[in-house]
Design a protein around this ligand. Structure first.
Ligand code: FES
Length: 104
């Protein structure tokens, strides 16, 4: 199972995903330099990603704490998510996200 990561400069990487891991952990484990400063505690917004349109309806909705933390991030869009708040499940095989500039 994989997820697809698009870098802000347009580079695309397909990386192996582990069920039950946060998407942030999967990205970091693959060597992508995502900041993720709070380690996945929903307390920093430096794991901000943009979810591709095709996947928006397939993710669980944001919880209030994620929305509150995204208020601290730059360039937030409707498809913004904190990648530490998305747990990878088999139905997310192929999930495609773009890293926000401020997450690097
Ligand atoms: S790693 Fe800090 S909010 Fe996701």
């Amino acid at each position: 199972m994989n997820i697809v990561i698009k870098m802000p400069d347009g580079e695309t990487r397909e990386i192996e995903a582990t069920i039950g891991w946060q998407v942030m952990e999967i990205i970091k484990n693959a060597g992508v330099p995502i900041r993720a400063e709070c380690g996945g505690a929903c307390a920093c917004a430096t794991c901000h990603v943009y979810v591709d349109a095709a996947w928006m309806d397939r993710l669980p909705p944001r919880k209030d704490e994620e929305t509150d933390m995204l208020d601290m991030a730059l360039s937030v869009e409707d498809n913004s998510r904190l990648s530490c708040q998305i747990v990878f499940e088999p139905e997310l095989d192929g999930l495609t996200v773009t890293l926000a500039e401020d997450s690097l």
